[in-house]
Design a binder for this molecule. Structure first.
Ligand code: HEM
Length: 148
């Protein structure tokens, strides 16, 4: 289980692994702001729509690991199409299984890293938007009802 999935499942115990992956697909909305998180870029083509573009983009090739060093963060992030499209490690590890070192490097080259155990869910969501939308709706309902 990736760090993001296990974190979300701890926070929202009714959410299963598939649904936790769907929650991360909420990064289909919005973007990264250098002045807020220190990271930059957007996760998919249309940041104002929630759709499966996050997963389709993640499954695409051409991602480059790029050092990010500023007042807020000293790590790395993924870019594609120049610095337009972005993924955080919390995103990319849904698909690829790698170890992030303190210096921001990882232990394999993205395309040759093994698939993570949620990669098949990423592929299903990338191929079938309706699967993502249904799982995201269920998961979001569970998330906002947690603790009630
Ligand atoms: C648990 C793993 C997660 C991590 C590490 C993470 C991290 C981040 C970071 C660093 C940003 C960029 C903030 C900025 O620069 O403005 C961001 C933005 C955002 N996150 Fe997450 N996030 C996670 C999960 C989620 C989940 C589960 C949701 C919703 C269900 C979500 C929804 C959003 C949205 C909508 C934005 C865009 C905000 C904007 O455009 O201003 N994130 N996230």
């Amino acid at each position: 289980m990736t760090d993001a999935v296990s974190y979300l499942r701890r926070q929202f115990p009714d959410v299963n692994t598939t649904e936790a992956v769907a929650l991360m697909g909420c990064h289909s909305l919005g973007q990264l702001h250098p002045e807020i998180s220190g990271f930059s870029g957007q996760w998919d083509r249309v940041p104002v729509d929630i759709d499966n573009g996050y997963f389709r983009n993640m499954l695409s090739s051409g991602w480059t690991l790029t050092p990010v060093e500023n007042d807020i963060v000293d790590s790395s992030q993924w870019f594609r199409s120049g610095r337009h499209f972005a993924m955080l490690h919390a995103d990319m590890t849904l698909y690829k299984d790698y170890t992030l070192f303190e210096d921001g490097n990882i232990n394999c080259a993205r395309d040759s890293c093994p698939n993570s155990n949620t990669a098949s869910t990423v592929m299903n969501f990338g191929r079938q938007a309706n699967l993502f939308v249904q799982a995201a709706a269920t998961a979001f309902g569970k998330m906002i009802n947690t603790g009630l």
